[in-house]
Design a protein around this ligand. Structure first.
Ligand SMILES: Cc1cc2nc3c(=O)[nH]c(=O)nc-3n(C[C@H](O)[C@H](O)[C@H](O)COP(=O)(O)OP(=O)(O)OC[C@H]3O[C@@H](n4cnc5c(N)ncnc54)[C@H](O)[C@@H]3O)c2cc1C
Ligand code: FES
Length: 263
């Protein structure tokens, strides 16, 4: 069950000028949080901005009651959030989303993320590694200035490939190219992805071609975040034009099997 938590900001760390990692005390959230869940954050003390902002859970430290999330400054809401100081109280609702990453029945998993889409994949990799799974991770960034969390993902993988679109760091090209290459020789039981839509579409296509299940986290723009406004709807795959049916990403997702949704 989601809870409203007044979370104390324990530590704020700049990973880049515009990317901030938050560690907060949030026992009520971490006790039930699962990989793929997200939180809704009230970014200011006033009524502006009115809507909470959805942010993925990056790391769950259950024993310490600590929740970590990472925010890239995009607009006014994330800017205000990143102005918080250590010791401040942040109003958070979570964990949210019934659609979480399922890894229990797969042994060989491939995780692929692009840009800020890598954040929700860390907890998945961490838990799956602890459960003894074989984990290959592919992370793609625009260029070397955007590369984050390489050491963290290395620690929770059997193999990590970091790529940049311009080759300025790591391997040259899109991350999917390296996943596709590995699929020729490696057994993969499920693919997990989060990132920009064109990347997710390409991964869905690859997973269908290779007949491998694929779970995607969709970071759809949201309004209410709790299933009341329909602002985050995505069409169910195979529902007809005449009678289209929809999932709400904030409730049914954000993680779906790629074959079940049109995006
Ligand atoms: C389930 C989910 C998980 C997310 N996890 C993270 C995360 O872990 N870290 C993180 O930094 N961000 C994450 N986001 C995106 C984050 O919620 C938005 O960047 C944020 O709400 C923007 O608020 P703002 O007030 O700063 O910007 P706004 O002023 O609302 O918008 C600024 C710009 O950002 C764009 N934008 C807003 N929301 C989104 C979105 N969902 N996807 C793409 N572009 C958007 C707008 O179109 C606009 O161009 C997530 C979104 C969802 C739905
Ligand atoms: S954001 Fe309102 S229904 Fe999902």
């Amino acid at each position: 069950m989601p809870e409203v938590v007044k979370a104390k900001l324990l530590k704020k760390e700049y990973l880049k000028d515009d990317i901030v990692k938050f560690s907060v005390e949030a026992i009520g959230i971490v006790k039930t949080a699962k990989p793929g869940n997200f939180i809704e954050i009230k970014v200011s003390e006033t009524t502006y901005p009115f809507l909470r902002r959805p942010i993925s859970i990056y790391n769950i430290k259950k024993d310490e009651g600590i929740l970590e999330f990472i925010v890239q400054i995009k607009g006014e809401g994330t800017k205000l959030l990143c102005e918080k100081k250590n010791g401040d109280i942040i109003d958070i609702i979570g964990p949210l989303g019934f659609g979480t990453f399922k890894y229990e029945k797969y042994q060989n998993i491939a995780i692929i993320g692009g840009g800020i889409g890598v954040f929700p994949l860390y907890e998945l990799a961490k838990e799956a590694k602890e459960a003894g799974k074989n984990i290959n991770i592919y992370l793609g960034f625009r260029n070397k200035d955007y590369v984050v969390l390489e050491k963290e993902f290395k620690n929770v993988s059997n193999k990590l490939v970091v790529t940049t679109d311009d080759g300025s760091y790591g391997e040259n090209g899109f991350a999917i190219k390296f996943l596709e290459e590995d699929l020729k020789s490696k057994k993969v039981d499920c693919i997990y992805a989060c990132g920009p839509l064109p990347m997710l579409r390409a991964i869905k296509k690859l997973s269908i071609k290779e007949n491998i299940p694929c779970q995607v986290s969709l970071e759809q723009r949201m309004g209410c975040g709790i299933g009341a406004c329909l602002g985050c709807s995505v069409k169910k795959a195979n529902s007809s034009k005449e009678n289209p049916q929809y999932f709400q990403v904030c409730k049914g997702g954000p993680v779906f099997f790629a074959k079940d949704v049109e995006f």
